[in-house]
Write a new protein. Structure first.
Length: 279
């Protein structure tokens, strides 16, 4: 991986953690999540007319992924409503690769290699340390439960998209169609909120949510570009530095109390995911 590609992937990781920061910092995390997805849908709608359609065989995967990612967005907003970014984000993003690694071994019947077992151990230690830290600091256990539940959603849609994008023949188009489809139910939610509370509630969230949408799309675009210049596993592993970025942003921007245990747990999770992804 060249330095230019590495810089692009790290920037994408920072952007991913940043749009989660926008959601966490918003007065209404669910509305902020909805607006981020809506922004992504608008971007997709502007670009899709100029791109070829994905193969018909990929549409069932798109439909399934839309449902799962809708649940993911709901759980994401709920986790950030009751928990810290520096706590919930590492649990969500770090547990998912762990579940995928173990699930793949169970479903396919392939034994895990020693490096993967090491990664599983590191992630597991990080997760349990996060849970212990939250309890010792008196934080709500609801954030932990929501984050871990959302890790299953991330693992599910990652698996679905991994299969769907292979049969689509058009990875970028597949991703943009997914953004457009996910935006539809969130649009219904936003319109309902506007009817109930007026446009003022929307205007308060729009600037940060619009920036979050741009960051979200840019983050994934950078990852896709990097995967054409370097090994996919290497790119995926470096992207998990977003776990560390989330802890840093939580401390610096949101003034969250990142204890030494939480900081070390985030590093352990990021390192464990790196080992799993690079195997």
């Amino acid at each position: 991986m060249t330095w230019g590609v590495l810089a692009a992937v790290l920037l994408g990781a920072l952007l991913h953690a940043s749009w989660n920061l926008f959601v966490k910092a918003a007065p209404d995390t669910r509305l902020a999540t909805a607006l981020v997805y809506l922004g992504g849908g608008v971007i997709a709608a502007l670009v899709l007319p100029f791109l070829p359609a994905p193969a018909p065989a990929s549409w069932p995967y798109l439909a399934a992924a839309t449902v799962v990612e809708l649940l993911y967005g709901i759980l994401l907003a709920a986790a950030y409503r009751v928990g810290d970014l520096s706590h919930a984000y590492p649990l969500m993003r770090g547990t998912a690769p762990l579940l995928i690694a173990i699930g793949s071994a169970a479903l396919i019947g392939e034994p895990l290699s020693r490096p993967v077992w090491l990664g599983v151990a590191l992630v597991s230690c990080g997760i349990f340390s996060m849970i212990f830290d939250a309890r010792s600091q008196g934080h709500s256990s609801a954030a932990t439960r929501l984050a871990l539940l959302n890790a299953f959603m991330i693992a599910a849609y990652t698996t679905i998209d991994g299969l769907g994008v292979r049969v689509s023949g058009q990875p970028v188009t597949y991703s943009l169609w997914l953004s457009l489809l996910i935006a539809a139910p969130w649009l219904i939610y936003v319109l309902g909120r506007m009817r109930a509370q007026g446009g003022a509630v929307l205007r308060r969230h729009t600037p940060a949510a619009a920036l979050g949408a741009i960051f979200s799309v840019a983050s994934y675009t950078l990852a896709l570009w990097a995967m054409t210049r370097a090994q996919v596993a290497a790119v995926a592993a470096v992207r998990e530095s977003s776990i560390v970025f989330s802890a840093i942003l939580g401390a610096l921007v949101l003034r969250e109390r990142v204890t030494p245990v939480r900081a070390l747990a985030a590093l352990a999770i990021a390192l464990g995911v790196w080992v799993i992804r690079l195997d």
